[in-house]
Ligand binder design. Structure first.
Ligand code: AVI
Length: 320
């Protein structure tokens, strides 16, 4: 067997952080163990997510891209050109970059939790588009956020593609979109991708693909927790579980213990019986109507939406 990775006892995360350790510990010790999906994204996790986006089963990325390809001109008319494009959860920045010819932003502000990944991507992008001012921000958008003075105050267009909004519970999504709106100017807006409710079999295989990339993405969280907490998760003792929960209108991802085991980390220990799970992610699915309602609850005014022929995914524009 391979020895689990151990972080040195003195290790603290990049943000300093006893708060991170306390937060993860509380989740792991809760009656239903759970972790925030943000811990899926260390540098390997971000790369695995990029790979997921290329899988035939994972329709959201290519369906959203097909909507932009087909309705780009119409979308650009609504959004307008010359704006400050603020990319929430930018990752490799590829989606926003593909819209630069259409939206012609004056300034581009990509935001992502993973600084290392973001800096690499923006460095490459700035060379390709030297005339667009770029300002990369490493921020965790889960909390309150305020944009620094260097971000142009007028015509802020927030870009939130890929249905990342689905990784918040609906009440959190409303709170998040309210914070986005607070950071938008009166003439600002939001361009957002939303995954729609569909046949459960399509959803199940999108989150449990044949070659196991999503399984690796989910299991990689345990390596990340070993690093963050100095924990001793043995990845081989866990398996990926994902399914559509129709009642809650969400795909759930879990890590399930394959055997009876005990995990120890700085400040905590828990026994898991075989079959016990750690709930690692929810991915909520909406209808266009239910999402327009959510936008309204966040104070936005819906202003156009576009979808693919099968009605699997929607791109929506809203005014602040
Ligand atoms: C980033 N987010 C929108 C993805 C999703 O579909 O919820 C994350 C993901 N989880 C498993 N596969 C992809």
């Amino acid at each position: 067997t391979v020895a689990p990775e151990r972080a040195p006892a003195t290790h603290r995360t990049a943000h300093g952080e006893r708060a991170t350790i306390a937060d993860i510990t509380a989740g792991l010790l809760a009656p239903q163990a759970a972790t925030s999906p943000k811990y899926l994204y260390d540098s390997l996790g971000s790369r695995l997510f990029e790979a997921i986006c290329e899988l035939p089963e994972y329709y959201p990325t290519r369906t959203e891209a097909s909507i932009f390809a087909r309705h780009g001109a119409d979308i650009a008319r609504r959004v307008g050109t010359g704006s400050t494009l603020i990319d929430l959860g930018a990752g490799n920045c590829a989606k926003a970059a593909s819209l630069f010819p259409l939206l012609q932003p004056k300034q581009y502000v990509p935001i992502d939790i993973s600084r290392e990944f973001l800096n690499e991507a923006v460095g490459r992008l700035q060379q390709r588009f030297p005339h667009i001012a770029m300002m990369a921000l490493a921020l965790d958008l889960a909390g309150h956020f305020a944009l620094p003075a260097g971000v142009e105050a007028q015509r802020r267009v927030f870009f939130y593609p890929g249905s990342s909004i689905g990784n918040f519970a609906p009440h959190e999504a409303i709170a998040f979109l309210r914070r986005v709106r607070e950071n938008a100017s009166h003439d600002g807006g939001l361009l957002i991708g939303v995954d729609l409710i569909k046949d459960a079999a399509v959803l199940d295989s999108a989150y449990d693909d044949a070659i196991g990339v999503t399984a690796a993405f989910n299991l990689n969280m345990l390596r990340h927790l070993n690093y963050l907490l100095g924990a001793d998760f043995d990845v081989r003792q866990w398996q990926h579980v994902a399914f559509f929960n129709a009642e809650e209108s969400r795909v759930e991802m879990h890590l399930e213990a394959r055997t009876s085991l005990t995990v120890q980390w700085q400040g905590g220990e828990r026994h898991f019986a075989r079959g016990d799970r750690i709930h690692t992610e929810d991915s909520y699915k909406y209808t266009r109507e239910s999402f327009a309602d959510l936008l309204a609850q966040a104070g936005f005014t819906a202003d156009g939406n576009w979808t693919d022929d099968a009605g699997w995914f929607a791109v929506m524009h809203a005014r602040a």
